[in-house]
Design a protein around this ligand. Structure first.
Ligand code: LLP
Length: 416
């Protein structure tokens, strides 16, 4: 896939053989391609050329500091959802003043931190949150930039766990209450209204629902203008799908064109918040086969990576391609489940795969740049794995493999 390709029988990340990375940094290990990230951003820029469109990369997809640094250098702003992500963006040199703070449950502490850091806007999800931000801003002697994240009540075709814009979802302000909530924001002290936002779901193969949502948001902006509330931007969230198996990403041109038409000649700029589109296919998970186990239930390839690195199969039944790092010709293929060592039946990376693989060999799990490392857990006391970024023939360790004692560093024994 793209920059993870075989040269002869060996899988490379750009110009670097993956076996070399495994030798140097061990497995499991995430490997990211700087070139793929660059290309994704260039594609988005090209699709939106001539239009005022800010890319706020969704940090939740992959918040590794080197990833954020690279994207900041490519001119991206950020969509963040916690004090932790705010700290990451700052540590990576990202521009907080053009970034947005989304999320349904911002704590008072997080709001203070973001105001201190000069956040571009809070994307507010409830009247209570508006009141909280107003109070904190006044206490701090600041004016908080706010936008409302509204729920346009649009059904999308994706896994139910990652659809967010349907009626009754916990996300956003219900469409019927949007106008009233803007009026409330306008009345409260310490707030300055900036725009309107939504995010209707993720891994969307058809971008038309995003364009439909944009039309609704623009309609709302028109209504608000009549009431004297002038918005600066419309933020349509993320959601662009990628290829895991045989899906296709939505074409960018109709998406960009649809959004351009929705805005028309209004003085509104656009924000998009892609996460998966930028990072999904920019990373693989490198893993080594520990054991091959044959049981009456089938064949199991037990690898050293697990649901702790890639939760998506367990959580959504997601499919990720799994390929050998060194192709072996003429070997018999085994119909097998690729599983991790974690004590959960749901701990699998792939089911019913045909692999010609032997113990000790390396496998690459594809499309692991987004929502893999960032959703990692330390279940079974598994420390975080190494992460490497490749750029041409250069490869840098951008996260060292964790140690067990780092996991329990914050814990204390009781005094007897
Ligand atoms: N903006 C907001 C407000 C979001 O909630 C999200 C994702 C994004 C942007 C980025 O969406 P993207 O462009 O990546 O689709 N863990 C799931 C995905 C959860 C997405 C949550 N929100 C998965 O692995 O499929």
């Amino acid at each position: 896939m793209e920059d993870f390709i075989y040269q002869a029988d060996r899988l490379h990340a750009e110009s670097v053989p993956l076996e070399l990375i495994a030798e140097e940094h061990g497995t499991p290990c995430f490997v990211y391609s700087a070139a793929v990230m660059r290309r994704r951003i260039e594609e988005l820029r090209a699709a939106f050329s001539g239009q005022s469109c800010r890319i706020c990369y969704a940090v939740k997809a992959n918040g590794n500091l080197a990833v954020l640094q690279h994207l900041a250098q490519l001119g991206c702003a950020f969509d963040l959802v916690s004090g932790g992500e705010l700290a990451r963006v700052k540590a990576a040199g990202g521009d907080v003043s053009v970034s947005v703070f989304s999320g349904v449950g911002k704590t008072a502490e997080e709001i203070r931190q973001a105001l201190d850091a000069g956040i571009g806007a809070f994307h507010v999800e409830s009247p209570s949150e508006l009141e909280r931000i107003s109070r904190i801003a006044r206490e701090m002697g600041k004016v908080a930039p706010v936008s409302l994240r509204v729920n346009p009540a649009i059904e999308v075709d994706t896994h139910p766990h990652i659809a967010t814009g349907f009626r009754g979802s916990k996300f956003g302000i219900p469409w019927e209450e949007a106008l009233e909530t803007y009026r409330m924001a306008n009345r409260l002290d310490g707030l300055e209204i900036r725009g309107v936002a939504c995010h209707i779901g993720s891994q969307l193969i058809d971008a038309e629902p995003i364009v439909m949502a944009a039309r609704q948001l623009v309609g709302l902006a028109d209504q608000l203008r009549e009431e004297g509330i002038e918005l600066e931007y419309v933020d349509v969230g993320g959601g662009l799908g990628i290829c895991y198996q045989d899906e296709k990403s939505p074409s960018l041109d109709p998406y960009a064109e649809g959004l351009r038409e929705a805005i028309g000649d209004r003085p509104l700029s656009l924000i998009i918040e892609p996460g998966r589109y930028v990072m999904g296919n920019a990373g693989i998970l490198l893993t080594r086969v520990e054991y091959i186990k044959h049981t009456t239930g089938g064949h199991f390839v037990v690898v050293d990576a697990a649901m702790t690195e890639l939760m998506r199969p367990a959580l959504y039944g997601a499919w990720h391609a799994i390929m050998p790092v060194i192709k072996a010709e003429g070997r018999e293929r085994l119909n097998c489940d690729v599983v991790g060592p974690v004590c959960e039946t749901a701990d699998y990376l792939g089911r019913s795969r045909n692999l010609a693989v032997e113990e000790g060999e390396l496998l690459a799990v594809f499309s692991c740049g987004a929502y893999a490392a960032s959703m990692g857990s330390s279940y079974n006391s598994r420390p975080p794995v190494a992460e490497v970024m490749v750029d041409g023939d250069r490869h840098d360790l951008v996260r060292h493999r964790g140690e067990a004692d780092e996991l329990y560093a914050g814990e204390t024994l009781r005094q007897s």
